[in-house]
Ligand binder design. Structure first.
Ligand SMILES: [Zn+2]
Ligand SMILES: [Zn+2]
Length: 409
């Protein structure tokens, strides 16, 4: 019988434990532990050779690592104390010498059904932790990953992030979406920025993130927005879709309604959020690549006298127009100079305010609204300014609506 011959050859290498012996045949047959496989082989061999069974000495491959599974499980439980989680997975950092030992035997004997030590250790410690703590091993969606560092006799805990989906409204001008490094010191901290390292004291990300870091006892909170509005633009209406990533949360079992209330209280009316549901890492990618339409409400200043007819015919000409926009002068220093074509889906006059015109504009994602009005010295064509034959500029701009990736037109 081939298996018994192979087992006899393995035993000839030196004293070996049942786990390591069984693991060389780990992918043969189901419903057995490697220890049971090893034990069965050892018994069969000793019976065949008609000699009394003897217990192996210290294992030359693992150094009797598997007699310490309970101890490692206790270490995992200790290391994850104070962290809220249900699903976990164990990983093992195996010292090269151990990995080498078993690989020598695999290749010497051309064993095709062996399982690496790492996998057995992960599984056995996982089972022991589950039994002792009532938590669930889950390699697909673990909330916590614990690495057993065998060489250093320590555990390394990694808490996976949490995600949720919502919409934010920005109700005060002058707040960037995410924090900008101070231009003078690049974030190191200097007198100009009061040693904060920041160009602006607050950002939408921080206004939402600060209460989250506290509530979740997290390391950080990162905002992934579906696009971004200018720093001086409001984001009103139904708000801008975003996914929030809560980094290394020690607390997980929170109610979204409660989180929403706390964030809105803390933001004191500068930003407000509606939180819709829990989300995933995959949705971050989707939301960042979504190219939906956006609707703006803008206040436009037009120089010199013009008639209502002139304005109305200019607006009609822009409605549905394909606009060619060379990279605007104001962003030319950080973006490549090229011409893009974007459509004005809708544009209409919504009223007047302080002798200025209020326009509502719905544009394809990426349409530069300020330049649609000003013409940007001929770089945007057509433009309101160009059609009127006089200069016009955006005095203030608010985003009223951003199409989410999960809604139709
Ligand atoms: Zn062993
Ligand atoms: Zn600074």
């Amino acid at each position: 019988m081939v298996i018994l011959e192979e087992a006899a050859k393995i035993l000839a290498y030196g004293e070996i434990c049942d786990h390591c012996l069984g693991r060389f045949f780990g992918k043969r047959s189901f419903g057995l532990t490697n220890e049971e496989r090893g034990r069965a082989l050892r018994i069969a061999l000793f019976m065949e050779e008609h000699r009394p069974i003897s217990l192996p000495g210290p294992c030359w491959i693992c150094g009797d690592l598997f007699s310490r599974v309970e101890e490692w499980a206790d270490r995992v439980i200790e290391a994850t104390k104070g962290i809220e989680f249900q699903r976990f997975v164990i990983g093992t950092r195996v010292p090269p010498l151990i990995a080498e030992s078993e690989e020598i035997v695999w290749s010497d004997l051309s064993l095709a059904h062996a399982e690496p030590l790492k996998s057995e250790m992960n599984r056995e410690v996982g089972k022991a932790v589950a039994r002792k703590s009532g938590k669930t091993p889950d390699p697909k969606q673990p909330e916590v990953v614990v690495i057993l560092n065998l060489a250093e006799e320590i555990t390394e805990v990694q808490i996976n992030p949490l995600f949720f989906y919502g919409r934010y409204r920005k109700l005060e001008r002058g707040i960037p979406q995410t924090h900008w490094h101070c231009r003078a010191c690049q974030g190191k901290g200097c007198e100009k920025c009061d040693f904060t390292g920041k160009q602006y004291q607050d950002s939408v990300e921080e206004l939402i993130g600060r209460p989250l870091i506290r509530l979740f006892s997290a390391e950080n909170a990162v905002l992934h927005g579906s696009g971004r509005e200018d720093i001086d633009a409001l984001m009103v209406g139904t708000g801008r879709p975003f996914v929030m990533e809560v980094v290394a949360p020690k607390v997980r079992l929170l109610d979204l309604g409660q989180i929403e209330r706390t964030v809105n209280q803390d933001a004191e009316g500068r930003v407000s959020v509606t939180l819709e549901r829990w989300s995933t890492r995959e949705e971050v990618e989707i939301i960042k690549s979504t190219k939906g339409y956006k609707k703006y409400r803008i206040l436009v200043e037009i120089d010199g006298p013009y008639s209502t007819d002139e304005l109305q015919s200019a607006i009609r000409a822009l409605k549905g127009a394909k606009v060619n926009q060379r990279t605007p002068i104001r962003v030319a220093h950080r973006r490549a100079d090229r011409v893009r074509e974007r459509r004005v889906l809708d544009i209409s006059i919504a009223g007047e305010e302080n002798a200025m015109v209020i326009l509502e504009v719905t544009g394809e994602a990426g349409l530069y609204i300020k330049e649609l009005i000003s013409g940007d010295q001929g770089r945007t064509e057509p433009s309101l300014s160009g059609l009127l034959g006089r200069s016009a500029r955006v005095y203030s701009l608010d985003v009223v609506q951003v199409q989410g990736h999960n809604e139709g037109e």
